[in-house]
Design a protein around this ligand. Structure first.
Ligand code: NAD
Length: 358
């Protein structure tokens, strides 16, 4: 009998509702081809959940995620909810507690340049051809979670964000990065700002100590400002990058542009029993409802689910190969469109990938 995988499906807002069904279509076809059984159960999150049940992360949604084998998320947020105080907006009130509730401390973002898309990047082809790196971003510590406060001053106000990291927090993400490097090209670049930040000095000391357990992996340290430059100058030097929360947030968006479109960038968040898979982009309100969204980041996130949560490498590769084949044939959503290529909408792109699966 085939194994049953329970997947919590959270489409969310904006283009989330358009791209998630395409990834499900692809997973269903994988199930048929490889004799796997998926049970999909949908739940509201983000603005959609605020509208329907008055809460960005309803308890029932979190409970569903916790009892599933994996979570597939679209995106949350949009102008309709921007009037809410910051802590009540979908991004803060849904994503942060969801990550916390699932114990997700590591965000993985692979950045590989598809040969067919070399022309879609703003960077020169010889700089990006062959780029294949993965960023491990720490997800539950640092400035975004530290204590925040404000106090009045004689002239204006003072605002304080706190940047806190502990040795165990650094060790657990660094360990994942070293383990991943072992299965890749055996190089870890640890990114920090140890010349000015105390938290970065602890980061560097901890990663250096851990590296002694991985003598087969080369470790280099790089300041975040230099890393921002090197990603554009010579991105092929990177294999695995590991960094703290805010540096990772910024560097992954920069790295996204190596691929030509943020619509190509998948992600996985790991750490607890149940992992979360989502595209790296947001809900793209500017194109929502127009069938223009690129579903490939979500489809590639589903491939990561097969790889990391279900240990199904062949099935993950089948999806990745199908995406390559469709791009090689010249099919493009508007974000990737170049002269001479064949324009398709969100659903057509999903159908093409599904048909290419073997
Ligand atoms: P965004 O990623 O939604 O959009 C940035 C740009 O990229 C837009 O021009 C958009 O059209 C384009 N884009 C994004 N995904 C695309 C896709 N799949 N195909 C084609 N084009 C795509 O970022 P933003 O505009 O800064 O944020 C919009 C909303 O999304 C905000 O409410 C923001 O808070 C939220 N957001 C949510 C998440 C998440 O759910 N994880 C992440 C980032 C932003």
């Amino acid at each position: 009998m085939s194994k049953l995988y329970k997947i919590a499906v959270l489409p969310g807002d904006g283009i989330g509702k358009e791209i998630v069904p395409e990834a499900i279509k692809v997973l269903k076809r994988i199930g048929e081809l490889y004799d796997l059984e998926f049970a999909f159960e949908e739940a509201p999150i983000g603005g959609a959940a605020i509208d329907s049940v008055g809460k960005a992360l309803p308890e029932s949604t979190l409970a569903l995620c916790q009892k599933s084998d994996a979570v597939l998320l679209g995106a949350v947020g949009g102008p309709k909810w921007d009037f809410l105080p910051a802590p009540e907006r979908p991004e803060a009130a849904a994503l942060l507690p969801l990550r916390k509730g699932l114990g997700l401390f590591a965000n993985l973002r692979p950045v590989s340049v598809f040969p067919a898309l070399v022309g879609a990047s703003t960077l020169k082809p010889d700089v990006i051809t062959g780029v294949d790196l993965i960023v491990f971003r720490e997800l539950t510590g640092g400035l975004y979670f530290g204590e925040k406060s404000r106090r009045p001053l004689d002239s204006g106000e003072e605002a304080i964000d706190t940047l806190v990291y502990t040795t165990p927090e650094i060790e657990r993400i660094a360990r994942l990065a070293f383990e991943a490097a072992r299965k890749r090209r055996k190089k870890v670049t640890s990114v920090d700002k140890a010349n000015v930040l105390e938290s970065s000095r602890l980061w560097r000391e901890t990663v250096t100590r851990l590296a002694t357990e991985y003598p087969d992996v080369e470790l280099e340290h790089m300041y975040v400002d230099n890393c921002a430059m090197q990603l554009i100058r010579y991105p092929k030097q990177f294999d695995v990058i590991v960094t703290e929360n805010m540096f990772g947030d910024i560097l992954t968006d920069e790295a996204a542009m190596l691929t030509g479109s943020i619509g190509m960038l998948a992600s996985a968040s790991l750490g607890g029993q149940v992992a979360l898979y989502e595209p790296s982009h947001g809900s793209a309100p500017d194109i929502a409802g127009q069938k223009k969204a690129n579903p490939l980041a979500t489809i590639l996130s589903a491939a990561m689910m097969l790889r990391y949560s279900f240990n199904r490498e062949a099935e993950a590769q089948a999806i990745e190969k199908a995406v390559v084949a469709v791009l090689d044939e010249g099919y493009r959503t508007p974000d990737l469109m170049e002269q001479g290529m064949k324009a398709v909408n969100t659903e057509e792109m999903g159908n093409l990938v599904t048909q290419k699966l073997r």
